[in-house]
Write a protein that binds this ligand. Structure first.
Ligand code: BGC
Ligand code: CA
Length: 348
């Protein structure tokens, strides 16, 4: 009796073990059949969130990532951090992102001369690194084969802005307010040292002088991409220069809008004002006839290209095979001029 119970027990145990094994095997097979979607963890480091253009790239990246999940079967886990314009803060944030484990990094670097240390960190951790909008020097970009830059060519933005002014100047003699045949201008510059501040300033003016227009710079100063600072600077110039300004060049739209704010506040007649970016408030100002024109800096294109790079790298592909990668490292988004004439193409 006792013995029977014992052998019965061991038979039961063997059977239970066999059933458990079968269940585990079935579970494993089931897992393979209905695989969880692939997850790509992407760290996104912004130089600051407090920047209209950068905020629009981050927003678009979020939107595209959600869209990709619906259609592409890949889950994209974005961790966005705000560097608050401090390179030390941003480096800590990136250490943290790497430490938590990520498949790619998208970096809008605070100080573009500090890229080398970041590239070395990413290479050590073997995390592909995509810089955007704030462009490190080529020597840094070529430091490691999985370093990329996504953005727009700074000199092209300046050239197109200059061309907008050139065409307006040639078409409308009334723009020469004092009738001396010389174009008197002021220049609102972005952050010192930023490629877009340096090259937009240079190429906007060069486009005019190359076309034979005589220009006179009445004033120029940095307003650090900011609307408030640009308004303050312009108010000061209005006191000093009165209505002598014929064209306000601004390296970006926020500063162009700041200049317009100053003219409106003092109720002085607006000169020709031009910006760069084609942000939503700038398009609105073009529609209202306050901002003469702007140049599209393609925030959606930048976000799309970064995501495409992340997806290609995540799938273990060589991005050069499917993406318009130049020199193995760069994706360039073209600028486009915007005025009241073609505004509808840009308002969504
Ligand atoms: C944009 C600015 C922006 C800056 C930030 C430039 O390309 O035109 O609006 O503030 O990038 O890096
Ligand atoms: Ca003049």
């Amino acid at each position: 009796m006792h013995r029977t119970t014992k052998s019965c027990c061991s038979r039961w145990l063997r059977r239970a073990a066999a059933l458990a094994c079968a269940a585990l095997a079935a579970l494993a097979a089931g897992c393979a059949a209905e695989a969880e979607p692939q997850v790509l963890r992407v760290g996104v480091a912004l130089y600051t969130q407090d920047d209209t253009f950068i905020a629009s790239i981050a927003q678009e990246l979020e939107r595209l990532a959600r869209e990709q999940e619906q259609t592409g079967g890949v889950r994209i886990d974005l961790s966005v951090v705000d560097g608050r314009s401090n390179q030390t803060t941003q480096l800590d944030q990136i250490d943290n992102l790497i430490g938590r484990g990520c498949d790619a990094l998208c970096v809008n670097i605070v100080d573009r001369t500090a890229a080398a240390v970041l590239i070395d960190k990413a290479q050590t951790a073997q995390v592909p690194l995509i810089f955007f909008n704030r462009q490190p020097v080529a020597e840094d970009i070529f430091r490691w084969e999985r370093t990329y830059y996504v953005g727009a060519r700074a000199e092209e933005g300046g050239m197109l802005q200059g061309r907008l002014v050139l065409e307006a100047w040639q078409a409308d003699p009334a723009l020469d307010r004092n009738g001396d045949g010389v174009l008197q201008y002021v220049m609102l510059e972005g952050e010192p040292g930023h490629q877009d501040a340096l090259l937009r300033t240079e190429y906007a003016v060069k486009t005019l002088t190359d076309a034979g227009v005589e220009v006179e710079k009445l004033a120029s100063d940095t307003a650090n991409w900011k609307r408030g600072q640009a308004m303050a600077r312009t108010l000061q110039w209005l006191e000093e220069l009165g209505d002598g300004v014929e064209v306000v060049f601004a390296n970006n739209d926020d500063m162009a809008l700041g200049a317009i704010d100053a003219y409106q506040q003092t109720q002085r007649p607006l000169p020709l004002v031009v910006g760069v970016d084609a942000t939503a408030p700038a398009l609105e100002a073009v529609a209202q006839g306050q901002l003469y024109g702007t140049v599209l800096n393609d925030s959606s294109g930048i976000a799309r290209s970064m995501l495409d790079l992340v997806l290609a790298l995540g799938a273990g592909e060589d991005p050069a095979e499917t993406l318009p990668l130049e020199e193995g490292h760069y994706i360039w988004l073209p600028h486009r001029p915007v005025t009241a004439q073609n505004l509808e193409e840009f308002v969504s």
